[in-house]
Design a binder for this molecule. Structure first.
Ligand code: THU
Length: 137
């Protein structure tokens, strides 16, 4: 699966976003090490705080299906499906990535002009708190 292929799937996922409050659609496509892709969209709520980001929707779908090994995630986001700027993952989603992925896990940010910015988890979450921090206490 190429980065551009994964970004296109993230665009498809964003169509399903439930965003009656912000109208900001986010789509994520999470690639497992075995080559399977899980899609996620953001799901908002009238009480606001129960809102779930697209990235965590994709992770929680995959984890709940038994997946534990991840290669990459593609993310797009924008008002009314206009992905004119990159949509970097929020801090909470970075922490969820940290729980299940190594430092080389890849993050592809996409725009609708096919521009892609590629990062690793260690680029976007330096000095993260990991499951290892709870060991050897
Ligand atoms: N959002 C995501 O889906 N992922 C992020 O990493 C940042 C924010 C969503 C939450 C909310 O539905 C909308 O974008 C505006 O914050």
């Amino acid at each position: 699966m190429t980065s551009i292929g994964l970004v296109k799937l993230a665009c498809k996922a964003a169509q399903r976003a439930y965003v009656p409050y912000s109208h900001y659609h986010v789509g994520a496509a999470l690639l497992t090490k075995s080559g399977k892709v899980y899609l996620g969209c953001n799901i908002e709520n009238a009480a606001y705080t129960p809102t779930n980001c697209a990235e965590r929707t994709a992770f929680f779908k995959a984890i709940s299906e038994g997946e534990r090994e991840f290669e990459a995630i593609a993310i797009v986001g924008g008002l009314n499906m206009d992905f004119k700027d990159f949509a970097p993952p929020c801090g909470v989603c970075r922490q969820v990535m940290q729980e299940f992925c190594g430092p080389d896990f890849k993050i592809y940010l996409g725009k609708n002009n096919d521009e892609i910015a590629e990062y690793t988890l260690s680029d976007i979450l330096p000095l993260g708190f990991t499951p290892e921090n709870l060991q050897n206490q």
